[in-house]
Write a protein that binds this ligand. Structure first.
Ligand SMILES: Nc1ncnc2c1ncn2[C@@H]1O[C@H](COP(=O)(O)OP(=O)(O)OP(=O)(O)O)[C@@H](O)[C@H]1O
Ligand SMILES: [Mg+2]
Length: 399
């Protein structure tokens, strides 16, 4: 008798993930995948959650657990696709063939349609009766990008197979688009099981601080035992330190993404050496400055003296005319005034040289022509806008 799909599996599942420990929760997903391999059921599901909320991690965790079952390990075939890599269905199909190691079987065959080709691949996996047909798990990362493929052919066919009883196929999509179902064509959507797993990261700062500590703690099995205790004690006292808490607070408000916390910690950890074996608050402070470094301010740092003078002239003009657009001639005049005041310390460049510097700034996109004006106007009189704000300029001018 056919097994009825478990009712519970049909519901939308919201996983309020907290760090690490709760990873064992998504039993439904594990159960779902087990059914494919062990009972030959076909399924489909979507994992939905913001960037860095642990979708890939969750799936990898479940797959690892799944692979511990002997029957699964010996039977299950996995196909991993990524919307960023397989940008159209032809490439996707090629990749599926490759991952199923069927290039030889397909050979030079020409197929009438995509569906035929896919059906052929799956048919070749059959060993006779349905029970012994090889189950296939399709994992589509960046699932939302597959939606833009022509006619959504790949998705249509995968979901279609996962609904009909030919080969046991499970399709798992991973995406950060909450509105993903709206993006599916009607005929695709109707073939999807509507099983969705939502991941949320609603942790507060207290938990964030705990994650910070857990990330830094050395495990007990670390080779050099006496150091573990000292290191972990230092981490504990760091987490109680005011500056550290401020840095983390700032970081937390910018983004709760654990990836950016990892980045911060990596940068801070890279300052650890033999002579400086413990992390300090100022290491973290430095790291957070590096994390938040403004790329534009960095560009300004690398400009020539003349170019910086022009930027300052533009800033003056902005201050005087309250952000009205300027042209090269105005900047040049302002620059001349500056030269006359500081005649002894600054070399006066010729106008074409200044123009060249001005155009370099344009190339670097530090200034931008105002749109909607005739482009045929003389170069000197094209109206421009400065794309830096005062803070960025002042930051860049600090030694
Ligand atoms: N609940 C969690 N417990 C432990 N670590 C987590 C958790 N959530 C996220 N992380 C960490 O955050 C990082 C990013 O997670 P992951 O790569 O799984 O995100 P993702 O949801 O797949 O993001 P993307 O949409 O960019 O692919 C991982 O290195 C992981 O260690
Ligand atoms: Mg991911």
């Amino acid at each position: 008798m056919e097994r009825q799909p478990d009712e519970k599996l049909n519901q939308q599942e919201f996983l309020f993930f907290s760090y690490g420990r709760e990873l064992k929760k998504p039993l439904h997903l594990l159960e779902l995948l087990k059914r494919t391999t062990i009972h030959g059921e076909s399924n489909s599901a979507l994992i939905i959650g913001p960037r860095g909320s642990g979708k890939t991690m969750l799936l990898n965790h479940v797959l690892k657990e799944l692979m511990e079952v002997k029957q699964v390990r010996e039977n299950l075939l996995q196909v991993h696709l990524n919307g960023l890599l397989q940008t159209n269905d032809k490439i996707a199909l090629k990749e599926i063939t490759r991952q199923l190691q069927m290039e030889n079987v397909v050979g030079d065959k020409v197929f009438g349609s995509f569906a035929e080709n896919l059906a052929f691949l799956l048919e070749a996996l059959k060993k006779g009766d349905r029970d012994s047909s090889c189950p296939v798990l399709f994992i589509l990362d960046e699932f939302d990008l597959f939606v833009h493929h022509k006619n959504q052919t790949l998705l249509y066919n995968l979901f279609d197979i996962s609904q009909s009883a030919q080969t046991p196929v499970t399709v798992i999509g991973i995406t950060c688009r909450q509105d993903i179902l709206e993006l599916l064509e009607k005929r695709v959507k109707s073939r999807f099981s509507h099983r969705q797993i939502y991941l949320m990261n609603p942790f507060d700062f207290k938990q964030y601080l705990r994650i910070f500590k857990e990330q830094l703690y050395l495990p007990a099995e670390f080779v050099y035992k006496p150091f573990v205790q000292k290191w972990n004690k230092n981490v504990q006292s760091l987490s109680e330190d005011r500056t550290v808490q401020d840095v983390l607070q700032n970081h937390f408000h910018c983004s709760k993404d654990l990836r950016s916390l990892h980045m911060l910690l990596m940068l801070a950890l890279s300052s650890i050496t033999v002579s400086h074996p413990f992390m300090t608050g100022s290491d973290l402070l430095e790291a957070s400055k590096l994390c938040r470094m403004d790329s534009k301010a960095n560009i300004v740092h690398g400009l020539s003296v003349l170019e910086i003078c022009l930027i300052i002239a533009m800033k003056h003009l902005n201050d005087v005319y309250e952000g009205e657009p300027f042209n090269f001639q105005m900047v040049y005049n302002e620059f001349q005034k500056f030269i006359q005041r500081k005649a002894h310390s600054m070399y006066n460049f010729e106008k074409p040289v200044v123009m060249k510097a001005f155009e370099h700034l344009l190339q670097l996109e530090l200034i931008k022509p105002i749109e909607g004006l005739p482009v045929r106007a003389q170069r000197e009189y094209l109206l421009m806008k400065l794309l830096l704000d005062n803070n960025q300029i002042m930051d860049a001018l600090q030694p």
